[in-house]
Design a protein around this ligand. Sequence first.
Ligand code: LRH
Ligand code: MN
Length: 388
Amino acid sequence: MRDLTAVKTALRAHRIELPSWAFGNTGTRFKVFTQPGVPRTVQEKVADAAQVHRFTGIAPSVAVHIPWDKTSDYAALAGYAADCGIAIGTVNANVFQDDDYKLGSIANPDPEIRRKALGHLLECVDIMDATGSGDLKLWFADGTNYPGQDDIRARQDRLAENLAAVYARLGPGQRMLLEYKLFEPSFYTTDIPDWGTSLLHCTALGPKAAVVVDTGHHAPGVNIEFIVAVLLRAGRLGGFDFNSRFYADDDLMVGAADPFQLFRILHEVVRADALRPAAGVAFMLDQCHNIEPKIPAQIRSVLNVQEATAKALLVDAPALAAAQQAGDVLGANAVLMDAYDTDVRPLLAELRAEMGLDPDPVAAYRRSGYADRIVADRVGGTPASWTS
Ligand code: LRH
Ligand code: MN
């Protein structure tokens, strides 16, 4: 069994980034349900994200999404976040909600539309300069709905040309993270549908480009930890958008639908010694809390990742390697299952106490009265949502 001091040290250094949009009203095409106390401004989203860090101790940054988090002074926003005890993290571009992007953004057949989209991506790098963010995350809804609608190869050329223009704009210490997704909102082709297409573009661009694995963006049955192992081996895993799903891109709380899959993914991360921040893998949440209270759901999600990580750190690696080497199929599987079946909650409660935190973050948040305070304070104004 692993030495628990080393396990605790690794867990203490773990960093999980929150999505600002998870604190706003979200839903499906059928309905976006509203909740009382939802933020009206990016500053209120930051304040809510800071609550998650306050009680978990391992969520010190919040990703922003432009224009959902558009503001007049991004340096001041970074200052406000620092006052709240966290930082502005990854900057997410959005070229999927404008009428002009019906036939695509940087892959659109119309050069005028491509120029407009590229302009937004470059503006996001300007924002990174102001917030001090290191990562630009790019996800494109670009694709087609019917065979023949557009030329698959020509769209890849347009993508490559515009991604190269963004890449050239990146400053020192800045990276481009390229996210793939099998389908939706496009239903015939998606221009970056899988890890292979994203990796091809990243390798063509250069060392500052890496792949983002959103755990909800694969066909049913895909072995995501295999993709993670291969991307880590290639040195091109830039990060995760963690969530879980039963069917498609459900954006449910990570670990809620398949905690064993989450454990298997983090086992590959630990096996590659890529948990430490210096390894450059961004552990981000990308979720929508359509019906559940948002801040407790984010706290629960951070704890789900932390629990899966602790189990992965408890894998007896020498015993596993020995069983694998010996071709001991059942023995090797048993070593992994032993770690997965270990109840890590006492260990994590102990760690939180050592970090000066309440052993039960969800209960501590509930007792803090913050939820009632924001419902009382946030009256009037326009609650944030992914449509505004
Ligand atoms: C696309 C996606 C992407 C975003 C958005 C909020 O499905 O996963 O990461 O920008 O969700
Ligand atoms: Mn995502």
